[in-house]
Design a protein around this ligand. Structure first.
Ligand code: NCD
Length: 399
């Protein structure tokens, strides 16, 4: 049975550390320009149904630097037989004979899991809808380890669109595995989905800290959102009356992880949302932060991250993108069995699911593909609650 990586929950902390140890060694060799031929004669396919710069190109660069070969479908939705209506399952059943490993990015939540279920070769998710982006989390955690020397005990603020952005939906579990303290900074419209928070609590015994609670203890006056609101007087009253923002004591954080609003996943309210998040993190704000607080962003950025901090040594987002190569080299090499590092993956049993008629997530892959049985797993510790096997959305079932 092949090993797949469709969720960061597939990897234990020890396995992630193995990947990082190998990434360190690989990066040393890369710096010295020494050859690393771990995956000679192997072929990796990249199938991207959604736009990508960093994820696809760093995976491809990683495979070339490992001595392997790449076949690539960069705009799979319109240039592959998907445009003729071919299902994801059929496409995977074909591609598995052309490559030893498939990197898949797809617009439906849970698509990576469905692909994995139907593939003879390992599937690595490069992001599925707004569900998860596990390899971005590997890059994020690796950047923390490299730049801060540790992850445990760090205070990390996650800011921006935490609802539709898939990177944070993997990152929170990753941070919880390593024992970081997670703070969320987002208006209600963009708060972390409830099921993600619940899973953090039940599976990782981790509670996200929000600013409502936080400002009871700290009386910081220099605050992230309030500072920016001063820029636009008209907006200030509206936002405060909606109670969208809470004060943020910026000096408390070891890292600030910023995300863009996922406009492509939100219908209608474009201009309002854009203006809400304008210049979340800028020079003025960083002046109040600690000397060693780092700023992370999965990129691409829009107006939530100002260009005026790019030269600040604390701006770590381009390093974070660069680390994508050694991290993905290590992951590919390990998953293809090219090293002695054997990582344990959670391979779930496929025979004891609860079968129900529909997942209520309209973007779940089960809504798109014909002939896919909707499957749910019982959520341990929550009464009558079942989690979609593919997209993880929960539903209450009265049995
Ligand atoms: C992210 C993604 O695609 O989810 N980008 C990336 O892979 N680095 C973030 C985003 O698009 O906002």
């Amino acid at each position: 049975m092949p090993k797949h990586l469709v969720s960061i929950n597939d990897l234990s902390k020890a396995s992630i550390e193995k990947i990082f140890d190998l990434a360190d060694k690989i990066d040393e060799k890369l710096q010295k320009k020494e050859p690393i031929d771990l995956c000679k004669d192997k072929i990796m396919a990249t199938m991207f149904y959604e736009p990508s710069t960093r994820t696809r190109m760093s995976f491809e660069s990683a495979m070339y630097r490992l001595g392997g070969k790449v076949i690539s479908s960069a705009d799979t939705k319109s240039t592959s037989s998907a445009a003729k209506g071919e299902s994801l399952i059929d496409t995977i059943k074909v591609i598995q004979h052309y490559a030893d490993l498939v990197i898949l990015r797809h617009f439906n939540d849970g698509s990576a899991k469905l692909a994995a279920e139907n593939s003879l070769v390992p599937i690595i998710s490069g992001g599925d809808g707004s569900h998860e982006h596990p390899t971005q989390t590997l890059c994020d955690l690796y950047t923390l380890r490299r730049e801060k020397g540790k992850i445990k005990g760090l205070n990390i603020a996650l800011c921006g669109d935490l609802r539709y952005g898939r990177t944070v939906h993997s990152l929170v579990y990753g941070l919880a595995k390593f024992g970081a303290t997670i703070f969320t900074v987002a208006p209600d419209d963009f708060a972390l989905p409830e099921h993600v928070e619940r899973r953090l609590k039940l599976a990782y015994n981790t509670e996200v800290k929000k600013f409502k609670k936080f400002d009871e203890h700290l009386s910081a006056t220099d605050v992230l959102f309030m500072k920016n609101l001063k820029k636009s007087k008209g907006a200030k009253e509206e936002l405060i009356s909606e109670n969208l923002f809470q004060p943020i004591p910026i000096e408390y954080f070891d890292a600030i992880y910023v995300t863009r609003i996922q406009m492509e996943r939100i219908e209608g309210t474009k201009s309002r949302h854009e203006s809400l998040m304008s210049y979340l993190v800028n020079k003025e704000l960083l002046e109040k932060a600690k000397n060693d607080t780092i700023v992370l962003h999965p990129l691409p950025r829009r107006s939530e991250l100002s260009y005026d901090i790019d030269k600040d040594k604390r701006a770590a987002y381009f390093k974070q993108a660069a680390y994508g190569v050694p991290v993905r080299m290590a992951l590919i090499a390990i998953m293809l069995g090219a090293t002695d590092d054997n990582i344990k993956m959670n391979i779930e049993k496929s025979d004891d699911h609860f079968l129900e008629d529909k997942c209520s997530n309209h973007n779940c892959i089960t809504q798109e593909e014909e002939n896919v049985q909707h499957k749910f797993d019982k959520v341990e510790g929550a009464d009558n609650t079942y989690r979609c096997y593919y997209c993880d959305l929960e539903k209450i079932v009265k049995v």
